[in-house]
Design a protein around this ligand. Structure first.
Ligand code: GNR
Ligand code: NI
Length: 136
């Protein structure tokens, strides 16, 4: 996550089959304070929606506006295995939902219209043809 300058990571996205998420909204020049969420579940979400420009480490170079509930309440276990709840709004709410969806095999493009999703996928295929990076 830090190597790719991401603000969140779901374990399964790097091949670790656990329902574990890390999030650190701190800037690159701030001390690292990773938050860990084990078995996170959205137990409530607001009716109100919010739109954020989202990116994803699994979909390099595509950023799209994504609509989601503006606030969520999430139940999870902390790093010590203690039951916790958090109510989040803003970027944290968006990031929590983005990561929790990864745990179920979903990407933010699954929330886009088919037109916009297909455009992202086409762009990704093109990028892969032109680079032989580690994600290729
Ligand atoms: O680094 C990331 N930024 C981001 C911006 C808006 C909404 C969600 C995210 S998560 C993303 C890292 C990532 O892909 N995690 O799965
Ligand atoms: Ni992602």
């Amino acid at each position: 996550m830090y190597a790719a300058a991401g603000i969140g990571l779901a374990a399964i996205r790097i091949g670790e089959p656990w329902r574990v998420v890390t999030i650190d909204l701190g800037g690159q020049n701030e001390p690292r304070q990773p938050r860990v969420f084990i078995n996170p579940e959205v137990m409530w979400h607001s009716e109100e929606a919010a739109i954020y420009m989202e990116g994803c480490l699994s979909i390099p170079t595509s950023y799209e506006e994504v609509e989601r509930p503006a606030s969520v309440r999430v139940r999870y276990l902390d790093i010590n295995g203690a039951q916790r709840k958090i109510e989040a709004g803003g970027l944290l709410a968006t990031c929590l939902q983005h990561e929790i969806e990864h745990l179920d095999g979903k990407l933010f493009i699954d929330r886009l219209s088919r037109l916009r999703r297909d455009r992202v996928i086409k762009r990704l295929a093109k990028t892969r043809r032109h680079s032989a990076g580690p994600m290729a």
